[in-house]
Design a protein around this ligand. Structure first.
Ligand SMILES: Cc1cc2nc3c(=O)[nH]c(=O)nc-3n(C[C@H](O)[C@H](O)[C@H](O)COP(=O)(O)O)c2cc1C
Length: 189
């Protein structure tokens, strides 16, 4: 493949959209849209702009939930990623239902099929990445809606139907997966 050097300031090569929900310091549920995440074992890292409401509340309250939405709630995804909790209680503006987690002090979003319950352990802010706050969190629990679990208790892998965020410094788009289309890992060996 012949390649061209580009001078994009950003290149999002397809990150799953997630909704981060939490109770703020006053106990009000709030939520923000995120795409910057990765997880290994019982650890997850999220990347935020340092001035956002969610990250600054989570730095204090510690507990939050990563909710994985599908394309049935695109308006909610867009809105929670456009308005700030500095000004709005976003659960009052969208059709999302916060339900308290049984194991941490944070709300799970009823309308999302996967929820990962987390507690913050580390905050990473560096002068040479000014404006970015990365947080590391411990995964305390995982909840999956029954439709996503097969008779043997495993995830129905090919049904996971999350939304990907793809783009560059000019524009970003949502990309959708097609349920039922998957191949087993190592099946090409
Ligand atoms: C699809 C999508 C993905 C986003 N990903 C991120 C992200 O990874 N990190 C971030 O800081 N903001 C991200 N944003 C922007 C925030 O959601 C937005 O700035 C929001 O208003 C912050 O809300 P808050 O101040 O209540 O935290 C994303 C927005 C959208 C729509």
């Amino acid at each position: 493949m012949e390649k061209i050097n580009v001078d994009y300031k950003k290149l999002y090569y397809g990150f799953p959209v997630i909704l981060i929900s939490f109770y703020d310091k006053d106990g009000n549920p709030n939520v923000t849209t995120l795409s910057s995440s990765y997880t290994l074992m019982d650890m997850v890292i999220l990347g935020f702009g340092s001035n956002g409401y969610a990250v600054n509340q989570i730095k204090e309250v510690k507990d939050f939930v990563i909710n994985v939405p599908d394309k049935s709630i695109m308006k909610e995804i867009d809105l929670c990623g456009a308005k700030s909790g500095h000004e709005y209680k976003k659960f009052d503006m969208v059709n999302l239902t916060p339900v308290k987690s049984k194991i941490i002090n944070a709300p799970i979003i009823e309308e999302c099929s996967i929820a990962i319950e987390c507690t913050l352990t580390d905050v990473i802010e560096r002068d040479y990445y000014r404006g970015i706050t990365n947080i590391i969190a411990k995964i305390k629990g995982r909840c999956i809606s029954k439709e996503y679990i097969d008779a043997s208790g495993q995830l129905k892998y090919s049904e996971v139907d999350n939304v990907l965020y793809v783009g560059d410094d000019k524009n970003k788009v949502y990309r959708y997966t097609q349920s039922g289309i998957s191949d087993d890992a190592k099946s090409f060996l």
